[in-house]
Ligand binder design. Structure first.
Ligand code: 9D3
Length: 233
């Protein structure tokens, strides 16, 4: 899969993509990433990418012309299976289902919003999807693009070493097993500062371990993510 990123801060992406799942995918030849500087598609002396909102409002918006020029230069014809994704605070909320959907695209181009936002014609006439990563305020779409790319990259065959570990997720809508959070897990030492690992996990009784995990996952979900529980439980 090919990822394109359109941003006024191309340097942001230098560190994160040199490590972890994305670097592994690049090394394996499963994915490639091209970062484009939006200012390369400006034509004025000051390389302006932003302007003031019509109707009077706070702040500045990304102008449409450089964004359309960039996308139309990168893709003079839209390749089959290619998607343009606008990252904005006004987007549909990203989740594991959307990650999986994106992972079957041939190519994804991310437009990173900045300032107070992006001229709405980009969302209406250029982007296939407008995506937010959650209900909190970021300073722009760059971190959101990294989040989305990380979650999509690890779903590509050959990126996460053990192909079972993502196949397991494939029949779930939410990214959580049976709609619950993962159960708590422990490693050695069995006693750390007097906090003991639950005795059942040391028992070797696999049926009891299975029941404990199910129950612990339910309790943790009820405490931290009650929104994930079925309404009648
Ligand atoms: C008047 C309210 N505005 C500022 C507090 C709204 C606003 C404009 C621009 C809020 C954030 C942004 C910049 N954010 C993004 O471009 C963004 C984002 C986000 O803020 N949260 C979650 N996902 C994303 S994706 C892009």
């Amino acid at each position: 899969m090919k990822f394109h990123i359109l941003t006024i801060f191309p340097e942001f992406f230098e560190g994160p993509f040199r490590h972890g799942v994305v670097a592994r995918g690049v090394a394996a030849g499963v994915l490639s990433i091209q970062v484009h500087n939006l200012r390369d598609w400006t034509h004025d002396r000051h390389k302006s990418v932003d302007d003031r909102p019509f109707g009077g409002a706070e702040g500045m918006l990304l102008k449409p012309e450089p964004i359309f020029s960039a996308v139309e230069t990168i893709w003079p014809e839209r390749p089959a299976g290619a998607k343009v994704v606008l990252l904005s605070a006004q987007g549909r909320k990203f989740d594991q289902r959307t990650a999986r959907e994106f992972s079957s695209a041939s190519s994804l181009l991310f437009i990173c919003g900045r300032y107070e936002g992006v001229d709405e014609r980009v969302a209406e006439h250029l982007a296939d999807e407008e995506i937010s990563i959650g209900d909190y305020v970021l300073s722009g779409g760059e971190l959101a693009a990294m989040v989305v790319i990380d979650s999509v990259a690890r779903l590509l065959p050959g990126v996460v070493g053990n192909s079972d570990s993502t196949a397991f997720e494939s029949f779930e809508a939410t990214g959580h097993e049976e709609g619950l959070l993962d159960c708590p897990q422990y490693t050695r030492p069995a006693d750390f500062r007097g906090w003991r690992v639950p005795e059942v996990l040391l028992s070797g009784n696999h049926e009891e371990i299975r029941k404990w995990r199910k129950s612990a996952a339910r309790h943790k979900t009820a405490r931290l993510r009650p929104d994930l529980l079925p309404a009648d439980s």
